[in-house]
Design a protein around this ligand. Structure first.
Ligand SMILES: Cc1cc2nc3c(=O)[nH]c(=O)nc-3n(C[C@H](O)[C@H](O)[C@H](O)COP(=O)(O)OP(=O)(O)OC[C@H]3O[C@@H](n4cnc5c(N)ncnc54)[C@H](O)[C@@H]3O)c2cc1C
Length: 429
């Protein structure tokens, strides 16, 4: 490989994308510095102390979705194992918990309509066009609930073609957890980076990037600055607008408004016992509960026996809870559980051992949970990642052009691709 003069790279952000890019570049002999705003690495991978929940619970990413080849490759390297999800999903319908979801009456028609799709509409446009009228009320509700809950997306903006790929591609439906949580994977990447000489600067929020005469200066709010040849910017989409960029990069960032970015509120409640099983023996293998409660989705750690229930509320309606502080969100979670199980919220509160609630929109270095595709997203991503020779390269989960945007796999893959793009460009013709 040709020796590069561009040997010092500053990676901004120590999430999955930044760590992966840094490792790849450092392994190829580049001098790499990571500058991270938080006082920890991992970003939207946010492990909570084992003492709090009895295991290393995840306040951010928790599941490995689908094939996730880059994640699985890293897990193998790190000798970490994957624990496939087992158990049963329950639904609350007409106020009752039931094991089976009522069969969608229009499922066949839905799948046929999805298969025939030619235009990239939004989900809302698709439903208005093909499933208007009261006969389809239930179908529309369940699709909107899925789009908002799972993809944290706004049906008025989310691309139906992207969702079709997600729903109809049979490869994607397995889910698993990492033994030791996502934190174990982050620790592995940090150790790898350090082993290859990467320098870490935590607690350093980047406020501006200047580029002139083949040099780049990364400036932090704490008045430190890093001189380098190139910068890789991996901050979450909403943060791109808070960093002063050179004019050419600023123009590219304008395209980012066409990439959706949704929010999630995640609530973890540790109880003295798994009271749901004591109440109802057939809930012994409970994994997910889907309901219309204020905090609508809940899951257990089954097959692990931790007495922890995790609540999940995703999508634009989370704005409605923006005024609640952590304690009020925990109360909302307890009230939702009490409603689902027909219990008294006060009794539940008395058996609570530990609780956390994280509204990711209020996290200053995330400002939301993860991205989703709108009909214009692929063009926007192409504009952002276009030039390998640029002074600033953009990377992160939102720039991943595969099927599962918004995942750790997306972030790892994007980081890897950005590093490789840079290495290939430096190697020259
Ligand atoms: C609640 C929740 C649940 C999730 N669940 C899953 C899941 O189960 N499975 C899954 O695969 N994915 C999940 N995700 C998505 C996944 O966490 C993300 O897609 C992935 O971690 C993003 O990695 P990233 O490196 O692109 O961004 P980040 O992890 O956000 O990393 C970017 C880094 O940039 C830093 N930064 C921000 N601003 C600045 C600045 N000005 N200067 C310096 N540094 C800055 C941030 O602090 C952060 O560390 C979830 C996300 C959330 C929030």
């Amino acid at each position: 490989m040709a020796q590069s003069h561009q040997d010092h790279i500053v990676v901004i952000g120590a999430g999955a994308a930044g760590l992966m890019a840094a490792r790849e570049l450092a392994r190829a002999g580049r001098r790499v510095t990571i500058v991270e705003a938080r006082d920890r690495c991992g970003g939207r991978i946010f492990p909570l102390p084992a003492a709090e929940f009895g295991y290393r619970a995840d306040g951010g990413a928790e599941f490995v979705h689908g094939e996730a080849p880059v994640t699985r490759g890293l897990l193998q390297e790190a000798r970490l194992s994957l624990l496939p999800l087992e158990g049963a999903q329950w639904n609350v319908e007409d106020g009752k918990l039931s094991r089976e979801a009522s069969q969608g009456m229009h499922e066949a028609k839905l799948y046929a309509a999805l298969k025939d799709l030619k235009d990239n509409l939004t989900v809302a446009e698709f439903l208005r066009r093909d499933f208007a009228g009261p006969d389809y009320d239930r179908l529309r509700h369940s699709i909107e609930r899925m789009v908002e809950g799972y993809d944290a997306a706004d049906p008025q903006r989310a691309s139906i073609l992207a969702l079709r790929d997600e729903w109809m591609d049979g490869r994607g439906h397995t889910q698993a957890r990492i033994a030791g949580g996502y934190g174990a994977l982050v620790e592995f990447l940090i150790a790898e980076c350090r082993g290859h000489g990467v320098a870490f600067y935590l607690g350093s929020a980047v406020s501006a990037i200047e580029a002139a005469k083949q040099r780049v200066v990364v400036c932090c709010a704490n008045s430190t600055a890093y001189d380098c040849d190139r910068a890789i910017l991996t901050v979450p989409l909403p943060l791109l607008n808070e960093i002063v960029l050179p004019p050419s990069e600023r123009a590219k960032v304008a395209a980012a408004k066409h990439i959706g970015f949704g929010n999630v509120i995640k609530i973890l409640l540790r109880f003295e016992t798994r009271w749901w099983i004591d109440r109802q023996r057939d809930l012994a293998d409970l994994t997910f509960i889907l309901s219309d409660a204020r905090i609508p989705v809940w899951w257990t750690q089954h097959p692990a026996e931790h007495p922890v229930l995790t609540g999940w509320f995703g999508g634009p309606k989370t704005h409605g809870l923006a005024g609640l502080d952590e304690q009020e969100l925990i109360e909302a979670g307890l009230a939702s559980l009490a409603g689902i199980f027909g219990l008294d919220a006060n009794q539940l509160r008395q058996t609570l051992v530990a609780a956390r609630a994280i509204n990711w929109a209020q996290d200053p270095f995330a400002r939301g949970a993860y991205s989703y595709a709108t009909p214009e997203t692929r063009a926007a991503q192409a504009a952002l990642v276009s030039s390998a020779g640029a002074a600033v390269l953009f990377s992160g989960e939102a720039l991943y052009r595969g099927r599962d945007m918004g995942t750790v796999e997306a972030a790892l893959t994007s980081g890897l691709e950005t590093a490789r793009t840079l290495l290939v460009a430096d190697a020259g013709p």
